[in-house]
Design a binder for this molecule. Sequence first.
Ligand SMILES: [Zn+2]
Length: 254
Amino acid sequence: MKFKRQPGDILKQLGIYEPEDIDLDLVAYSLNADVKRAALSDCEGNIIGTDEKAIITVNRDADPRRQRFSLGHELGHWVNDRGKNLTYRCDTIDMRQRSMSKNNFRQQKEVRANQFSAELIMPEHIFGRYLNNLDITTESVNYLANQFNVSRTSAAIRFVEVSDYPCMIVCWDKTGNRRWFTRNPIMPDSIWPYPRIIRPREAFALSNGVEVDADKWIDSKRSEDYSVIESVFSNGYDILSLIWWKDESHLTVC
Ligand SMILES: [Zn+2]
């Protein structure tokens, strides 16, 4: 995704190379943005900016990890969308927006702000180092979420984006409908999860690195012929299945 400045470069210029040093208030200060925390009833974060300076307000009543993501999101607007007058009020729907709609420019900006926030909080030059030798499991997601002080959903998405291994994260509502999914860049575009899981109660039993038939999740005639490693967890609202093709030769028979 194109940013006007890369989040990783902003951190490197500040000499930040460890997760505990990713202080978003410091990043905001370096970018000429003041940060306030206040009770906000209708949004998670907002920004008012001019050419030179911005004021960002984050909802102080939200979970601290949510506040952190919201601040990164507003910084995304500041870096990418600034102009003469910049005003955004961003709610939880904006902050979860992941799919680009071709003609909805506001939505495109929300998706970009979310990606900017994820890359600022989990920059490749630091996050990539932490992935070494980690199996693609719930346990690893929990470890990364704690190291980087982010939600498990954010950690899992970034894990899939940055990993060198073929994997996918799929988000389902509790009735079994697929909400969204993200593939690792080395995965073929032809591999899709089902749009709907028929027996969600059974499929959504929590797991951590268990080998299952690929046709439990993958919508393909060939998926009954091989297995994948699954980890299933909840984020409190939805169910996430993290799927790893441990045997990469199966990618060619999908
Ligand atoms: Zn926004």
